[in-house]
Every structure is written in structure tokens, then in C-alpha cells.
Design a protein around this ligand. Structure first.
Ligand code: SAM
Length: 300
């Protein structure tokens, strides 16, 4: 299935991982172009139901005209609240395909891409206040250094933060190209694309508070799933994947197995199968799939 908005990644593995019960209730918390959602709906019967979340209103251009489908224009950190509002007590499966869509990357003025000049924006939800312009122009040098180091895993985060602060003392940094021009002299040409991608990733994570929101989501997902229900998560960088992996393995984000009074592990989810990555053929057909990592867990 191909859409111009976004090509769904690891589609077959996602459907297999969800192990769909045709009359179950499912949630796609990252609706995007609706590629995964459409395929899920095909496996549901007339009693089945699918709720799709997306915080980017652009995704609502892709809505599915089907009485079994409901779109919720919200951040998935409000998953439990919205399910309650829609009278859903428990679900048989949840899909989270984290990160940004191809549409968001390719829309130049949204500023997600290192390949095209755009405003420093990077908000997935275009009505939120915090954007990349604020982060780059107003954050302290030490906060910039921290986010570049923690979220971009950049070794020269200190030098990059210092260069940004020294430039913005003269005039605001407004576009992605302005930012790239400041950083480029500090990085080896050979690794330019990689380092810039890491830098943009760091700013995007900060603007959208991506890691804290994944934690909120995972905690709610575990409560909402019915016994035997499946959670499928597709991550695109190691910081996301680490949270999912640890949570599936141990029920904590630190990777420590919690135990009850009698020493029995408290583990609401059980990991199903091994890590799944796209085939060479899928990566060939869809470059955006190249960093995808899919993990499956089941509610005990
Ligand atoms: C990788 S795309 C999903 C593509 C989708 N699976 C498809 O087949 O088209 C991720 C989508 O999730 C949305 N998103 C990311 N984080 C979100 C969050 N915290 N709450 C709601 N939507 C979010 C983005 O706006 C984007 O549209």
C-alpha cells in the first residue's frame, strides 16, 4: 500500500503482531496517512472498532469513511481520557508508529528536514506554543547543550550550543538553513548529514516532548489492554526503542524488574517474539523504513 502522505512501515509485521480479533476494539495512536489503520479495518468485522489518534490536524485530510472508525485529534498522551470519553473500557490492540510522517518531513515550511530551508518550527501539533525557534533562540547555552547531548547523542554538543548562542546574540536564528550554516563549520564534512540529522532529531524531541510522552503512553497502554491484547510499537531511533524495549522486558523505563512483597516479578506485559526490522526490499522501496524497529508485547 502506498500513499503520498506516508507509506506504512512494516505493515505485515504490524498486522501479524496485533493478532487481530475481528470483533475487537483497536487503537492506532499515530494515524498519519492512515495506511496502517486501513489495513487494520480490513481485518475487522462489522462489530470491530478502530480509534485513530493524531495530534497533527493535517492527518485529518486522510480520514477513513467507515462507521467502525473514529478519529481523535489529540496527543496520545491523553489516550485513557479519550477512550473513557468514547465509552471504551478495554482494547484488544494498540499500534504506535512513533515519530514524524513523510508528509511532515516533506512539508518544507514545517522545518523538520535538513534538506530544505524552512522556518525553525518542528511542531507536530501546529497549535502548540513551543517551537524550534524558541528552543534555538531562547534556551540557555547549558540547556541547548543538554538536549543536543541527551536527545541527539552529539559529542560536540558544547561547541554547537556555544556557536548558536554567540550567533543569536547578534541576530535571531530563523530558519533551518541559518542553523545549518552555524553548525556546519564545526562538523567534519564526511559526517555532515548524520550529525545534522542527530541535531534536528534532538530539537524535534525537545519541541514535541517525545520521550516523556512515550512514557505516559506506555503506562496507559498497559492499563487499557485487555488480557491477551497486543501492543505493537515501531520506533525510529535508539532513545525511543530503548524505552519500549525496557518497558516490555521489565515494566520499567530504567530496565529494573520490580517485584512484589513475595519476590514475584510485577510484569503486566509479556514480550512476544524478537525485534523485527524491515527487509532490504522494504528499505529499497521506502528509505524512511531504514531505521524502523518493531516490538510486540501482550497483556498478561
Ligand atoms: C510515522 S507517522 C505514522 C504513519 C502511519 N502509521 C501511516 O500508516 O500513515 C507518525 C504520526 O504520528 C503522529 N504523532 C506523533 N507523536 C504523536 C503524539 N504524541 N500524539 C499524537 N500523534 C502523534 C504524527 O503527527 C504523525 O502523523
Amino acid at each position: 500500500m502506498r500513499t503520498k502522505y506516508h507509506n506504512p512501515v512494516l505493515l505485515k509485521a504490524t498486522l501479524d503482531g496485533l493478532n487481530i480479533s475481528p470483533n475487537g476494539v483497536y487503537v492506532d495512536v499515530t494515524f498519519g496517512g492512515g495506511g496502517h489503520s486501513r489495513a487494520i479495518l480490513k481485518q475487522l468485522n462489522e462489530e470491530g472498532r478502530l480509534l485513530g489518534f493524531d495530534q497533527d490536524l493535517d492527518a485529518s485530510d486522510n480520514l477513513i469513511d467507515d462507521p467502525r472508525f473514529e478519529f481523535i485529534a489529540s496527543n496520545f498522551s491523553y489516550l485513557s481520557q479519550y477512550l473513557k470519553y468514547h465509552h471504551v473500557d478495554g482494547v484488544m490492540g494498540i499500534l504506535a508508529d512513533f515519530g514524524v510522517s513523510s508528509h511532515q518531513f516533506d512539508t518544507q515550511e514545517r522545518g523538520f528536514s535538513i534538506r530544505a530551508e524552512g522556518r525553525l518550527d518542528m511542531r507536530m501539533n501546529q497549535s502548540q506554543d513551543l517551537n524550534a525557534h524558541y528552543v534555538i533562540n531562547k534556551y540557555t547555552e547549558s540547556d541547548l547543550m543538554r538536549i543536543f547531548f541527551q536527545y541527539g547523542e552529539l559529542k560536540n554538543s558544547k561547541a554547537i550550543a556555544r556557536a548558536i548562542v554567540s550567533k543569536r546574540d547578534k541576530s535571531d536564528i530563523n530558519t533551518t538553513l541559518d542553523l545549518i550554516n552555524i553548525v556546519n563549520p564545526l562538523i567534519p564534512k564526511k559526517f555532515e548529514k548524520k550529525i545534522l540529522a542527530q541535531l534536528f532529531q534532538a530539537i524535534r524531541i525537545e519541541v514535541n516532548d517525545e520521550l516523556e510522552i512515550i512514557k505516559l503512553f506506555l503506562k496507559q497502554a498497559k492499563e487499557i489492554l485487555l488480557p491477551g491484547g497486543r501492543l505493537v510499537c515501531i520506533s525510529y531511533h535508539s532513545l525511543e526503542d530503548r524505552l519500549v524495549k525496557r518497558y516490555f522486558q521489565t515494566g520499567s523505563f530504567e530496565g529494573e524488574l520490580k517485584k512484589d512483597f513475595y519476590g514475584n516479578p510485577i510484569k503486566p506485559l509479556k514480550k512476544i517474539g524478537k525485534l523485527i526490522i524491515p527487509s532490504a526490499q522494504e528499505i529499497n522501496e521506502n528509505r524512511r523504513a531504514r531505521s524502523a524497529k518493531l516490538r510486540i508485547a501482550e497483556k498478561i
